[in-house]
Design a protein around this ligand. Structure first.
Ligand SMILES: [Zn+2]
Length: 355
């Protein structure tokens, strides 16, 4: 079914083409796509995601009203129906209103983290627009606030993602598509990077101070120690063997802990260091910068896809010795055999074990 929105009451600034006539944008398909996408989020059972799905369902059922938004009580009823149990059923109108407002706020907080995965889903479904959360504030009694999802022309940022994704949608058999996932259950330091660490002005210097000054001081100390030992002559090494060993171990640990960060500026994406990893070793550090992204940040991410051979989940991980220095996609079901290349720009991979 193609629901052209020629007669839709969606605000004109959002839905009309340049000539004022919408060119057959399929609203129902777009809302279904957004529901599918949200079902894949790790937060899919949270109330704020149910709220999004409720708005999508209401929009599909009443496609000619979707641009006007839905009030808290319509949303409450739809959430109850989606979750198959009453939500805020016994509450007063004001209480329902408050609860929906609170969940809306949670959804707004979650939304920026989902831009990439939504963009991936819409591109794969050949949807040219991008959903945006909108609230129409009520005014006084009798005019409650209304909530809606509007499908806008794509912003520059999303357009870039879409261009990449449109290349992705032309994928042939045996290739894999990756999507960027949030880091879950991150420890304290990983959490800082999961939100994205801005590499500009003083933040950049803090990063350098914390991670590279200890290494620099270590090497200075090593050089001084070597000169000192050289001056002592070869017969007086014995008392220093203990401290040299400890120093060697300390430098090795420091190097193993920081070497991944060292490669970030040149490789743009690397495996995250061991102290940022989960047990799955699938966390990566990605350097993002303009013009593809609004600011220069270092962000901890995880890329996943579905194995075209067995349908298992594929995660971008270390290439180990066989693909030394590379990140590859490894299938959870057959991590040694189902191995794919990984490209964080196109987000496309190909099978690395041709028959
Ligand atoms: Zn597989």
């Amino acid at each position: 079914m193609n629901n052209s929105v020629d007669n839709s009451p969606l605000p004109h600034k959002h839905i009309q083409g340049t000539n004022g006539v919408e060119t057959g944008f399929d609203l129902a398909k777009s809302f279904f796509c957004l529901i599918d996408c949200s079902n894949d989020w790790k937060e899919h059972d949270k109330l704020c995601v149910s709220l999004l799905q409720a708005i999508c369902q209401l929009s599909i059922k009443q496609i000619d009203r979707c641009g006007l938004g839905f009030d808290s009580w319509e949303i409450r009823d739809e959430i109850s129906s989606l979750r198959a149990r009453a939500w805020a059923g016994a509450d007063s109108r004001d209480e329902v209103s408050d609860k929906v407002r609170k969940q809306w706020k949670a959804l707004e907080d979650l939304w920026p983290k989902k831009v990439e995965i939504i963009s991936s889903y819409t591109a794969n479904s050949h949807i040219s627009r991008f959903p945006v959360l909108e609230k129409i504030e009520g005014g006084g009694t009798g005019r409650p606030s209304r909530y809606l999802v509007n499908w806008t022309e794509q912003s520059d940022l999303v357009a870039d993602a879409s261009e990449i994704n449109s290349r992705k949608s032309s994928i042939t058999n045996g290739q894999i598509k990756y999507v960027c996932e949030d880091i879950v259950d991150a420890g304290f330091i990983a959490r800082v990077f999961a939100k994205g660490y801005e590499l500009s002005s003083w933040r950049r210097w803090i990063f350098i101070l914390i991670f590279f000054i200890p290494m620099f001081l270590g090497y200075c100390y090593a050089i001084l120690l070597i000169f000192h030992l050289k001056n002592l002559g070869s017969s007086n090494f014995a008392p220093y063997i203990g401290s040299i060993s400890i120093f060697g171990i300390a430098i090795t640990i420091l190097w193993l802990s920081l070497r991944k960060l060292w490669f970030v500026p040149t490789r743009k994406i690397t495996l995250a260091p061991w102290w940022m990893q989960s047990t799955d070793d699938d966390r990566l550090l990605e350097l993002r910068k303009p013009p593809q992204y609004p600011e220069r940040i270092l962000v901890a991410v995880r890329y996943s896809g579905h194995c075209p051979i067995c349908g298992g989940k594929v995660y971008a991980k270390s290439g180990e010795w066989e693909f030394y220095g590379r990140i590859v996609g490894r299938c959870d079901e057959a991590p040694v055999e189902h191995v794919f290349s990984f490209d964080h720009v196109t987000k496309i991979g190909r099978f690395l074990r041709p028959h």
